[in-house]
Design a protein around this ligand. Sequence first.
Ligand code: S3P
Ligand code: PEP
Length: 457
Amino acid sequence: MPPLAPIGPTVSASADSQPVAKRFAPQGPLSGSIRVPGDKSISHRSIMLGALAVGETRVTGLLEGEDVLATAQAMRQMGATVERQPDGEWVIQGVGVGGLLQPEAPLDMGNSGTSTRLLMGLVASHAIEATFMGDASLSKRPMGRVIDPLSQVGAEFTASEGGRLPLTVRGICPAVPISYRLPVASAQVKSAVLLAGLNTAGTTTVIEPVPTRDHSERMLKGFGADLTVTERDGERIITLNGPAELKPQVIEVPGDPSSAAFFVVAALIVPGSDVLIANVGLNPTRAGLFEVLHKMGGRITFLNLREVGGEPVADMRVQHSQLHGIAVSPSVAPSMIDEFPVLFVAAALAEGTTTTSGLDELRVKESDRLTAMAEALTLAGARVEEQEDGLTIHGSGGAPLPGTAQGAAVTTHLDHRIAMAMAVAGLASADGVEVDDVRPIATSFPNFMPLLESLRA
Ligand SMILES: O=C(O)C1=C[C@@H](OP(=O)(O)O)[C@@H](O)[C@H](O)C1
Ligand SMILES: C=C(OP(=O)(O)O)C(=O)O
């Protein structure tokens, strides 16, 4: 990695508002039917690839969370037109691969790691310079994992200490096609390299020892890129021949399984619940949580299996169940990487002990999700032991957790998934759980609270 020089102060995207605390208390069974918002990963990529196609891409079901809106704003700053129609459809006029313009102001990525890392990949192979900044949480997250391969492509970086934001990328054209073996299981790193490959002549190769979510591969092919995926000795080898010419698409974004996860666990742990969640994306690289919950005894039924936007989708019926603890295999981690906070809540209500391991990546998400969840669940009265790479949770056997004492609140550390996971824990507690700040929920799931209320009505 090249030497990294500090460049200016950290900008906090959330600095302009105060934390909003909320107590989540039990209120009887959850029942009814809901539809969760569009998949965050697919929404980001719809905007990015639409902005690189020549012509008009139309997207329905786009997640209108802060993270995706940060991607939309960045693509506008680099020349694309990205507009929401009054009926909720999004229309993107792309500039074509190679056509990104140099942004005049820094790109504010807010809380979004996906926006940052994927856009760094795009900028890397264009002859433009862009500065990326983000909130206090994003500014602590490691960017060296994308700086390394993108430096091999020929881009140059000036980053804050430790390879963090704010940082500036100086892209290069022509860029060098690289072959890169992922040192961490990360769809963001894989996607950054592939996106850099779009405006690079020659073959860009990514070797994935452990498969991660494959939305980039599916969508790049859908947009007409020359991309192939092969498997050899258990590894996935993805090759992209550039430069690519992307054709505009009409995209329907399926519901986000990572958002559905909160309601799935809530229905499983709140006695008497029976909930239908419509239109949930079930891409196998994303559906690990549902497999694990099945093994724990969760009554989850998939109805009306179909395909939406090239992704498997189903409606899910979830009924209250007495869960039992299990040893969660580390091999399932990449397919449920964002779902561990809420799995830990399910485990806290199960009978017996749940063990998890191989979860080092959770320490570099919006917060250190192992420590944050160990502390939050302990404050709510659960029995949790923290290890270097996982948590061990001794379940209550279905008895409500005590909840947080008056005057005590769990700390979310600007992490939407900690806030929502602990909100769910509150529903299965005796006295409720006080969450110190619910603002971060808007990054991925702006209507989480109204949907929750609708199931409690
Ligand atoms: O590519 C993506 O859209 C994402 C990849 C995952 O991150 P990593 O690549 O860091 O595992 C995940 O945690 C994030 O929410 C979205
Ligand atoms: C890790 C997450 O997102 P990102 O990396 O895009 O901030 C998440 O949504 O849980």
